[in-house]
Design a protein around this ligand. Structure first.
Ligand code: PMP
Length: 306
């Protein structure tokens, strides 16, 4: 059970961390957030937070879009997170949610002259997508928000209406997840995960400029693929029809980890029963985040002193 939160400048019992019903962010979605994960390694008796620097850099970038200033550096945000996780004394995998919000009242549909606040809490991780095996995915009838509507490269609260529309449509239509096209009709990403496909041994992922989140798992996978597996990785637009004929396809993100796509719009992806490249990447990802790969230890922030 989550017991504490960072709120209004200090760590407090979670039940004391409140916002008012007049809060700007509640009404208009004017705020931004992050999503980090901490992984428990039983053997090391250690909790490792994955890529804190990059997650908090993205949070501060998202805050910049919204003219939010929480007055804290990446190092300070990391320190607060470590203090909070230590106080919670987690010995299991947890999700960490920092949120930057505007506390002002409802007559402030604006970014300037605002009271910007930061809160952070953590909770045990559930399964973001309910699935035991490869995912069944449907192309959404909703389109991904465009950079000149609301920046898609950042994690802006209000844009998750778009994610929720796509996710619920997919699930109510019998799929497990949605794949959303952008305004140009190219594939962007899932409701809350980035996408890769494999064609003839080459890994392909939509460029950020196709209105996808600057995903940290996506970035990590590009590095693994090139440096550890010697694969060619291309960032380019992907057509819907290309999804149907991919050899492999998978989603990736802090919540989903690496999740293989088994079929899309009722077309089986590849052979349907194996995704060797995705599985290889997934295995390395699991080793990296739990501190089992020396080479990537610099991506981990240990929570407990040794
Ligand atoms: N796209 C969206 C829309 C997301 O919400 C997420 C989850 N943060 C991702 C992609 C994956 O990003 P990351 O690997 O940084 O978690």
């Amino acid at each position: 059970m989550t017991k504490f939160a960072y709120y209004d400048g200090g760590i407090v019992p979670i039940e004391d961390a409140h916002v008012s019903i007049t809060c700007t962010t509640l009404h208009y979605g004017i705020g931004c957030f992050g999503g980090l994960r901490a992984f428990w390694n039983d053997e090391h008796e250690q909790l490792y937070v994955f890529r804190t620097h990059d997650h908090f850099k993205r949070l501060l970038n998202s805050a910049k879009f919204l003219l939010c200033d929480v007055g804290l550096s990446i190092d300070q945000l990391t320190e607060i997170t470590v203090d909070l996780l230590r106080k919670e004394a987690w010995r299991q995998n947890v999700y960490v949610r920092p949120i930057v919000y505007k506390e002002d009242g409802i007559f402030r549909v604006q970014l300037h002259d605002s009271t910007d606040k930061l809160a952070i809490f953590s909770q045990p991780v559930g399964h973001y997508i309910k699935s035991d095996g490869a995912l069944s995915v449907g192309i959404s009838s909703w389109r991904r928000i465009d950079d000149n509507v609301i920046p898609a490269r950042g994690k802006i609260c209000g844009t998750y209406v778009n994610s929720a529309l796509a996710k619920t449509e997919a699930v109510l239509n019998g799929f497990q997840e949605a794949l959303v096209l952008n305004q140009d009709g190219h594939v962007s990403e899932a409701s809350a995960a980035n996408l890769f496909i494999v064609r003839d041994g080459v890994l392909i992922t939509p460029p950020i400029t196709d209105n996808v989140l600057e995903g940290i798992t996506r970035h990590s996978i590009i590095q693994f693929a090139r440096d550890d597996f010697g694969l060619e990785v291309i960032e380019r637009s992907i057509d819907r029809s290309e999804m149907y004929i991919a050899d492999e396809a998978f989603f990736c993100g802090t919540g989903v980890g690496v999740a293989v796509i088994g079929e899309i719009d009722h077309r089986q992806i590849g052979s349907g029963d194996s995704s060797p490249i995705a599985e290889q990447i997934h295995d390395l990802y699991k080793r990296v985040v739990t501190g089992q790969e020396e080479k990537y230890l610099h991506w981990l922030t240990p929570v407990y002193a040794k």
